[in-house]
Write a protein that binds this ligand. Sequence first.
Ligand code: ADP
Ligand code: MG
Length: 697
Amino acid sequence: MLKKSVKYLRGIGQARAELLEKELGIKTYEDLLNHFPFRYIDRTKFYQIKDIRNVNADIQLKGKIRKIEETGSGRKKRLTAVFYDRTGEIELVWFHNYNYLLKKLNKTDTFIIYGRATLFNRKYNMAHPEVETLEERRKKAYLKLQPVYPSTEKLVKKGFNTRLWTKIMTSLFNEVGLNFKENLPDNIIKELKLLDKNQALYNIHFPQSLELLHKAQARLKFEELFYLQLQLLQKNLYRKQKIKGHVFEKIGHYFNTFYKEVLPFELTGAQKRVIKEIRKDVKSGVQMNRLLQGDVGSGKTIVALMSMLMAIDNGYQASLIAPTEILAQQHYKGLKAFTDKLGLNIKLLTGSTKKKERNEIAENLINGNLHILVGTHAILEDTVKFKNLGIAIIDEQHRFGVAQRAKMWQKNSIPPHILVMTATPIPRTLAMTHYGDLDISIIDELPPGRKPVKTVHRYRKDKLKVFEFIKNEIHKGRQAYVVFPLIEESEVLDYQNLTDNYEKIQKFFEGTGIKTGMVHGKMKPDEKEAEMQKFKNNETQVLVATTVIEVGVDIPNASIMLIESAERFGLSQLHQLRGRVGRGAEQSYCILMTDYKLSQEARIRIDTMTSTNDGFKIAEVDLKLRGPGNILGTQQSGIMRFRIADIVKDNALMRTARHYAYKVLKDDINLTKPEHQNLRYFLQKQIKETGFWNLIG
Ligand code: ADP
Ligand code: MG
């Protein structure tokens, strides 16, 4: 019955069915049933006409009508009337199908109208409002909370208004009845005091009270998150049980030599802990899929290297993938400095690697001479084949899609261990969904001796003072970054112009002995490299740049990060930029310079930056401001398309759902116990319908 096409439902028919499918993907009765309202209007609440300017939504008014007129002819025919209450008046207008109203509208009754008021010729008017007399309202048993369904412009144009939606949902429930199969286990329903399936579905579409509505929402959200977590955890547990991973039996020569003779500093406690977690995974016989979260500068690279050495010690190859060419190069150089001392072969493969070198790399990958391959997306290409890839490390995972992660899987008949690293911490809830199938390690400690960066907000009018400050710091021996949001060619007119500003900055420092340099995205890699090198060697003390330096540079003597037009940067970008300083022993500063006028959101970003250095806190705020799709760049993948749950607001519920999902799967991963039959059925149904998760591997 639930698989029936909606075209058979009373009130829909062929044409509307096609439209519903095209606009909202609604094909079956079941789809319709799961099309939940996104808000509810309180029909007990009335506005006064004087207040309507402040609302941009459907509202309800109570008042009387005068000046009922039919004007125009043919297609231009319309019915207008003036509606008034004690506080003002508005015009009502109907363009078609208004004959029934001609009899109804009169100057004596009190009417309740419902619709959206818009400003036209400096007067408010309402097109096609719903109209009832007070008498009718009194007699009618109506929903005090009227659902509003997600819709599209096209649907609205074709008559999908609140009335039609309600009619459709009413016929749906009339036809199918309240016979929905319960899909949550009894004990969970009892423990969490959830509404049953029937009650929940009925009240989400026809809320009988505010309390029941809230309960219905809670139940349906839980259900959605619970099934998501079942799916993710099952995959995780299943993989651990079934999928063999390479066994790195021993800790050997390379690892030990590195640790004892090459590593220039003591590992932090957090680094040691994480390395142990990884070690445990890679010797277990189970394929590792681990997410390593750690703030900027927390020292993830060393962890990555030591994990790779575990592979090499056991006769395997390793690879590291970074999202940008600069970052890949930086990793390559950084790692090479270490691996050269160990006598290991390491190569860099990016989009700009020359054909000849590419061929060489390919050959040495296949014959096993190459131990480590560092690179960009280029590594993912099918033509890149390893002899025996033991571990794949992906840096800055949030810039890669799930599909890319899956690609690394296929590089071997036995999939390599996978370590995903991210410097932009991901809020817990998000991690639990997006990375719900991964195990998580966290480096929550910075290397010793680092002073937290001091972050301040300054207005552009104080620019001179800021530069005086920078000058003084440089005279003490420090260096400074000055970052601008865009480069000259940008079409956005009001942006600071990098080169103009560069000249001004040069002028300012003229005669002080302080030298300046500039890097931006339009420079050739070797020019960029040369400028960076000069800064690194302290031949220049001020580096003016666009965000090309966001990732990649590690120059401990640079202690000032001045961000111009800071209001134009996103939170995670600001945090990344700030991470470029505070790497040495000196006190570092991050100065956020903005205009006086700031949008509310920009102010929140600036305030967040000045009040905390904690990347996790910043990530939470970022999630609230931007939503999960923007943060992960996965809007298109459908991964975050929740029916009713909200990943930001339903944080606690997500944890509860994961907890219960784990409880269920812990001793019954395949859901074969009699009491889990139902769950298995619904889970399989979901997997079949969404399909997506299978991509993860
Ligand atoms: P991120 O986590 O941002 O990738 P990196 O791995 O680039 O951080 O490390 C940042 C800097 O800290 C590097 O210069 C690195 O050599 C240094 N570092 C890493 N671990 C330690 C440590 N335990 N003690 C001192 N310095 C460290
Ligand atoms: Mg890094």
